[in-house]
Design a protein. Sequence first.
Length: 459
Amino acid sequence: MGLELDESANSRANQQSLAKRITVRRCAQRETTVVGLYRMPALTSSRVGRGTNELDSNRSVHWPAENQSAWVALKRPFLLELPTVGLDEQPAMDCNARPADRRPASAFEQRSAGALPADNATTDARRAEFDAHIQALIDTKTKPVGSLGRIEALALQIASLQRNSQPDTSSCGLSLFAGDHGMANAGVSAYPQSVTRQMVLNFLTGGAAANAFAAALGATMQVVDAGVAGEPIAHPDLVSRRIRGGTDNAIEGPAMTPSECDAALTAGESIGAESSQPVVAFGDMGIGNTASASLIAAKLIGADVRELTGRGTGHDDAGLERKRDLLTRAAGRTEAILDAPTALYEYGGFEVVMIAGAILGAARASRLVLVDGFICSAAALAALRIDPGIRGALVFAHHSAESGHTALLQALDARPLLDLDLRLGEGTGALLAWPLVEAAGAFLRDMASFDSAGVDGPA
């Protein structure tokens, strides 16, 4: 893979030395190049310098390895020429390189700067044309128009995401992220922090609700240590992406550093992007993580954290009031509204941040993401604030009984598929929604049209 610089538009550019962060990623079935905040199809040129991070005489650059980053010294501003790749066609982009004498922006600062640019008008028009084609296929199936209700809308969403009138909904994979919270020891949970570790071992031996549901539905499942307290857990089936053994107490100060937050986002992105299944679900395990989700949601939507705070693992009235008081104190440390990366590092758990990253990685790789309950919805809102372009990949699985979920869903403008009074987490609600996704895909793939079946249509 490589990057070729086009200087044709820069003949009058000044000679000031400039720098630009260049990151190369592989996203599932297609290669994607990320330059700063720009996401674009992989470039076709492969002239890559060797052993240097400066332009060589052939105007080539070298970076360390795929999924790594390098600051590349450039002798002048430059323009990236993109290939035309079907619906991913985009115009050339001015990369607005930074002066070399300024400190390069960290990955965290780049995330904080805002979302990726929207698709251009040409791409939007092509997507609209494709979606209209899919809607016509749906409307001419052997049924009255609209009679399958939200299954029809779900089928359209899946086909639009995959750009395929025969969408693949054949398999689903659950990644369950576990991490501990410094707040847990302050009394925000009815259970001790030790339960997180114990539940991880329960997942690994197949004894939890998520295991039972995944097995019943034929979904795969993996458990990820994002930051469980104590020594690392040694188990052959555990995926270790631990940042450290639990966050700091977010009531008193930031839960993690910005660099730790970015590491957790990046780890999650990698897991989401590398999934081989067309449908993915993410689950959570971490004593204290409903408190974390309440704080993140409050800071992203500007709400009173007390209104978003529920009973979590089962607080009685006195415990709920204590939890609300603690979270009000925690919320008072920072501004009323925060950008997503700041909200995540101030109040997130490593597992919550990794779920946000996994949603980003999977959605950008055109995987359909089943968003679980309150905690995963808070992570999804953070991911959407980082990149609003992922919205079409998200299906909100269920309406949680956790009290803050209603306000969070309203902020997301989301209508979940199920309402079963669930409040367990673990990705259980997302797993239960997967059969509806399978049915929607089968409807579009396999149901006959009036013409193919020889059935008379409406008069």
